[in-house]
Design a binder for this molecule. Structure first.
Ligand code: C3B
Length: 835
């Protein structure tokens, strides 16, 4: 590998070195780069440079800098020849790149001055950027936070994903209903580098022929079918306060040049030759907009294999350059499966090693299982991926054979360990013996990995005692572990809440806390400092004022920034229980209506803020959105209510909106039915920004409580160990709904919030159909806990103290901590120190 450099003659190396691009370091250099990009790259001038062009040129100036460091980082990693991590994720919810790049390389102030000289405001320029929204929710955003931490901690790491032409849809609310609009985000994307020279041909369909080699060994040949080409697009990922710049490689599909049918084209069958091209391009065209739901569409399986095969080809190609023996593969490569979406990678690597490289099955399988780790993100049965055997056979005939072989050898070891236990065999078989037969992807991922982790303590316990309990018996408890999720404090504090970040820096001895979040604990030393608390409260208020203005501008509703801002923003899902929240809001409205004007004057004003997208095919989630909007339409114009209650639905919740909303919350809701939310990560973001939580004992709420103290969080509701019994009782016992909740239902059904029949199914789900999510069980304690919130919020001094103490104790929830745990416990990789 050292020969890479030595292979270039000295004079040539000198010439290159002399002209190495260094990138700007001061305002003048920055301005020069911006003007150059406006005038040459964009072919515009001072006279027609609008904010869009200024954004583009600024981004290009920063991109140039990043790519210089990116090149050096790759060179450094190649020379060091150490183990790399590959994070395979079908979703990367990156949000905007410019602000993040400016802050991570430490040149935002330089840029601010330069932009100002050129006649713009940096805030306006930042707002020009379209979010990179290649994900649905928590899982995709976690991947993005991980990339930031991997680069910031100098780990040699690559992300691999798909370059969707359309990310998650844009949500519009029209007459109270969600309407989906396509998100075409690639018009001009300065952050990506097309690598038209980095391509991989991917095969689908066809059939398998077996032959004997000269030693009598059977060899499988996958032949025929169709070929689609994968083209690499790279996005540089800058670390914070380090030159390390990692790579996110996204694959785009196009018709393979060998496939494009020139015959048809020349014969005038233009349409069908274009149709072939379009079919190929369809593979990476759209992100499936489902969160925690598996719909089993053939195109989705095609996406998965396309992405996994291209990524593995790339990883293997890089490994082969080092000329090492295959058995060293796991010493050089760690691959993390972000949920089961990339599980075919296990099968693909086995296929490469056995069919193409000619290794023996067992040796290959050892390499495979030492290479992969699998992260589970959900226990919800509707989210666990299964693919029909028939579909797999059709699309990937050789892979299905390999899956059957993996399963056979696996079941043989199970049989040895648990002789004559047929039940055990059927329960853990990778093939579900159903009609039709299905491949259980989570089981394949477990069998193909050396470590399996959940994403919060409760969740990791649950997977080991429920959905994967038999695998714990088979493989032993050591294979299963927990890595509690985290978030990057760079984006979620420094970028989203700059004033708070500066205040924290002034009290903790500089910006060190952004690299070591545990340093936040120094804040507690300042808690009795009156000026500090005053400044803290002022920052929160200013953040609320900013959101207030946004609400006025977009919804034309006036809200009082002094009111308690109660926020629930996340994907809309019955298990996340936005319905519980809105029923609580209706209860509050009824209570206010029943009061005398004098009594009302004593009440605490509150703004209930909702946001989030529903999967387009999730009817009940859309009903919930509709009800929230209808309640808002009635409450917000009720003269009896005034400022006491406002109900706001923020359209098109996404990463950049979160950066504005999160710092403006006093209270945020994380109220999933216990045992259903694997971790949650927005809970961490809200607390880190000085907001308190109302929540259930679920996911990471439990660990947040442990860290910040139970006096600083509003917990309520059923515990996860009691959920099953309650569900059973609803179905087989008598299920009654208390009178407060019944009043809410009666109000809905009287037509107060639109047509009486509109929300019948939502009410019936609780009242008549078993109340699977335990809304009725938790309603009263939710209401009581909200009353406590009202009481405690009145004591602003104590409230602010609680917020400060909470922030001071949030150090554990940095994604840096999380990445270090993966690196040590799962990947066995070390950072590459930059001199
Ligand atoms: C989510 C879970 O629902 C969250 O609890 C968790 O915090 C994140 O993953 C990150 O671990 N999740 C998701 O967004 N999409 C899925 N398909 C499964 C889980």
């Amino acid at each position: 590998v050292k020969s890479v450099e030595a292979s270039i003659p000295e004079p040539q190396r000198e010439a290159w070195k002399k002209h190495q691009v260094e990138g700007f370091t001061d305002k003048d250099g920055f301005e020069k780069e911006v003007v150059r990009h406006v005038e040459t790259t964009l072919a515009r001038s001072l006279f027609n440079c609008d904010e869009g062009a200024a954004y583009s040129a600024t981004s290009l100036a920063f991109r140039d800098r990043l790519i210089t460091e990116w090149n050096r980082t790759q060179q450094r990693q190649t020379t060091a020849d150490t183990k790399r991590v590959y994070y395979l994720s079908l979703e990367f919810l990156m949000g905007r790149a410019l602000d993040n790049a400016m802050l991570n390389v430490g040149l935002k102030d330089v840029a601010r001055g330069g932009i100002d000289d050129l006649g713009f405001r940096i805030e306006d320029i930042i707002e020009q950027e379209h979010d990179a929204a290649l994900g649905n929710g928590g899982l995709g955003r976690l991947a993005a936070c991980f990339l930031d931490s991997l680069a910031s901690l100098n780990y040699p790491a690559w992300g691999y994903g798909l370059r969707y032409r359309y990310g998650i849809f844009k949500q519009e609310i029209i007459n109270g209903y969600q309407v989906e609009v396509p998100d075409y985000w690639l018009d001009f994307n300065p952050w990506e580098f097309p690598r038209h020279d980095v391509t991989v041909d991917i095969q689908f369909y066809g059939n398998v022929r077996k032959s004997q080699d000269e030693n009598g060994k059977t060899v499988a040949h996958w032949e025929g079918g169709e070929i689609v080409t994968a083209v690499a697009y790279d996005m540089p990922i800058p670390g914070y306060a380090t030159p390390s710049t990692n790579n996110l490689r996204l694959w785009s599909s196009k018709a393979s040049s060998g496939e494009f049918d020139f015959q048809k084209f020349n014969n005038g069958d233009y349409e069908s030759s274009v149709a072939d091209q379009q079919r190929a391009e369809t593979i990476s065209a759209v992100l499936y907009p489902n969160d925690n739901l598996d719909r089993g569409k053939e195109l989705r399986l095609k996406q998965q294999y396309f992405w996994v095969a291209a990524s593995l080809y790339d990883i293997v190609r890089r490994f082969k350059k080092s000329k090492r023996a295959w058995r060293e593969f796991p010493d050089q490569v760690a691959i993390q499966l972000n949920d089961t979406h990339p599980t075919l990678a296990v099968v693909e690597l086995q296929r490469i090693l056995v069919d193409i490289e000619g290794l023996e099955w067992d040796e290959a399988w050892n390499i495979v299982t030492s290479t992969f780790g699998y992260t589970n993100h959900t226990v919800l049965p509707e989210a666990l991926e299964k693919w029909p055997v028939g579909l797999m056979q059709h699309l990937l005939p050789r892979h299905l054979q390999i899956i059957y072989d993996i399963n056979l050898f696996f079941l043989q070891t199970v049989e040895k360990k648990f002789p004559n236990d047929r039940e055990m065999l059927t329960s853990v078989s990778i093939i579900e013996e159903s009609q039709p037969k299905m491949v259980r992807m989570a089981y394949l991922a477990i069998v193909g990995s050396h470590k399996v982790n959940g994403v919060a303590e409760l969740h990791s316990d649950l997977i080991q005692t429920t959905i994967f309990k038999d695998f714990v018996k088979i493989f032993g408890a050591d294979k299963f572990t927990n890595v509690t999720n985290g978030i990057t404090p760079r984006r979620w504090l420094h970028q989203a809440n700059p004033r708070l970040s500066e205040l924290i820096a002034s009290k903790t001895g500089g910006h060190e806390f952004l690299k070591d979040l545990t340093q936040l604990n120094k804040l507690e030393l300042s808690i009795d400092d009156d000026a500090f608390r005053k400044e803290w409260a002022e920052i929160k208020y200013a953040n609320k004022v900013r959101l207030t203005k946004y609400i006025k501008k977009t919804l034309d509703v006036t809200v009082n920034p002094a009111a308690l801002f109660d926020v629930q923003v996340k994907r809309i899902h019955e298990y996340k229980r936005q319905q519980l929240n809105i029923f609580g809001v209706i209860h509050r409205y009824l209570a206010l209506k029943a009061m005398s004007p004098e009594e009302r004057k004593k009440q605490l004003p509150r703004v209930s803020i909702f946001g989030g997208k529903a999967a387009p095919g999730y009817w009940m989630a859309k009903q919930i959105i509709h009800l929230i909007n209808n309640v808002g339409a009635v409450v917000n114009k009720d003269p009896d209510i005034g400022d006491l209650l406002k109900v706001i639905y923020l359209e098109d919740y996404n990463v950049s909106k979160a950066e504005m909303i999160v710092p403006a919350s006093d209270l945020s809701e994380h109220i999933s039915t216990a045992g259903t939310e694997a971790s949650g990560t927005s809970n961490m973001k809200f607390v880190l920004n000085g907001g308190l939580i109302i929540g259930t004992c679920d996911g990471a709420n439990i660990e947040i409580t442990r860290e910040i103290g139970q006096e600083n969080i509003f917990l309520f509701g059923t515990l996860s160990e009691d959920v099953e019994d309650l569900r059973h009782a609803h179905t087989y016992g008598s299920h009654t709904v208390d009178s407060d909740l019944n009043k809410v239902f009666d109000t809905i059904q009287s037509g107060t919030f639109g047509e009486p029949n509109d929300f019948g199914a939502m009410v019936a789900a609780v009242r008549d159909h078993g109340d699977f999510y335990l809304v009725s069980d938790d309603f009263q304690s939710y209401i009581d806990t909200q009353k406590m919130v009202d009481t405690e919020y009145r004591n602003q001094d104590e409230w602010v103290r609680k917020c400060i103490r909470s922030v001071a104790r949030m150090g554990f929830f940095s994604s840096d901590r999380c990445i270090n745990e993966y690196a040590e416990g799962i990947w066995n990789v070390e950072p590459l120190v930059v001199k």
